[in-house]
Design a protein around this ligand. Structure first.
Ligand code: ZN
Length: 283
């Protein structure tokens, strides 16, 4: 499904365009469409009233309480195309429409009585469509999912927000996501920073004293580790990478010549990497 195809086939003065998917020959379960939806730009969508009624808890906004053959809806074609794709369980994330159109489509689905929560399971087009925005518009996608209480979507999108500076959040988006989802995101950031501090604070374990490196000599590694830790904690972000942790501690180890100490350092770096990767990265 490529919603842009609808708009691509429209040009000024191009009246009576028909959806490339929802056309008069669009068969569902052996039946041809029995209802034509038109948009303000005069784009026609040929659909099955039974399918719309089945998906809606309010007879499609009360518009299908009586049998009818045509509906003129106020939403533009790009929005109706998303609405119908979701109702018909057709994927539309491969060539996603602009995010505002998807936002408008969610509002329209609510208006037409289509419950969103069951449609937000990971295999469903609605989930895939909204999640497709996460790499590019993570905070907007998160706010959209949060606004409609689409819990698993908001959680999945939150992993794209580990580097997001919450002080930059606009009032509009804060209101849209609501206080609960806002504080869950802030708590995720806080929890990850606290976890990182706890992980890096523990220095490499000492090795058994050798002729060249007794307990006192091993303090050099602990000191170097402590300096690296201070720098890491000072610069830490909730999305600090394991490679930057590794690089900082390896750098700290360059002043240590004892091979046993080096061995303990490498063991500890591996532990730090594993522990940091295991810290929860979603709300
Ligand atoms: Zn040593």
């Amino acid at each position: 499904m490529h919603p842009q195809h609808i708009t691509q086939q429209l040009s000024p003065g191009d009246a009576d365009a028909t959806s490339s998917v929802f056309n008069p020959g669009f068969v569902l379960d052996g039946f041809l469409p029995d209802l034509v939806i038109t948009t303000p730009e005069w784009v026609s969508f040929h659909v099955h009233s039974g399918r719309l009624l089945l998906s809606s808890s309010n007879a499609f906004g009360g518009l299908l309480t009586q049998p009818t053959y045509s509906l003129a809806l106020p939403e533009p074609a790009v929005v109706i195309n998303i609405v119908l794709s979701i109702i018909y369980d057709l994927q539309c994330h491969h060539n996603p429409p602009p995010l505002p159109s998807t936002q408008a489509a969610l509002d329209a689905l609510v208006k037409y009585g289509v419950p969103l929560a069951p449609l937000a399971a990971p295999q469903h087009p609605l989930y895939r469509l909204i999640f497709s925005y996460a790499p590019y518009y993570p905070i907007e996608a998160y706010a959209l999912a949060a606004h409609h209480r689409l819990e698993n979507l908001a959680a999945a999108i939150s992993s794209h927000l580990l580097a997001y500076d919450l002080s930059r959040l606009s009032d509009e988006l804060a209101i849209k996501m609501g206080p609960v989802y806002f504080s869950r995101l802030a708590n995720l950031h806080r929890a990850r920073l606290a976890a990182l501090r706890n992980i890096v604070l523990r220095p490499p374990a000492p090795h058994a004293p050798t002729a060249n490196c007794d307990h006192d000599a091993q303090r050099e590694l602990s000191r170097a580790w402590a300096f690296a830790t201070a720098e890491i904690v000072w610069n830490a972000l909730p999305n600090t990478s394991t490679s930057s942790l590794r690089a900082a501690f390896l750098q700290a180890g360059t002043s240590v010549s004892c091979p046993e100490c080096q061995n303990m350092l490498h063991q500890r770096i591996q532990e730090v990497t594993n522990e940091w990767l295991a810290v929860k990265s979603t709300i």
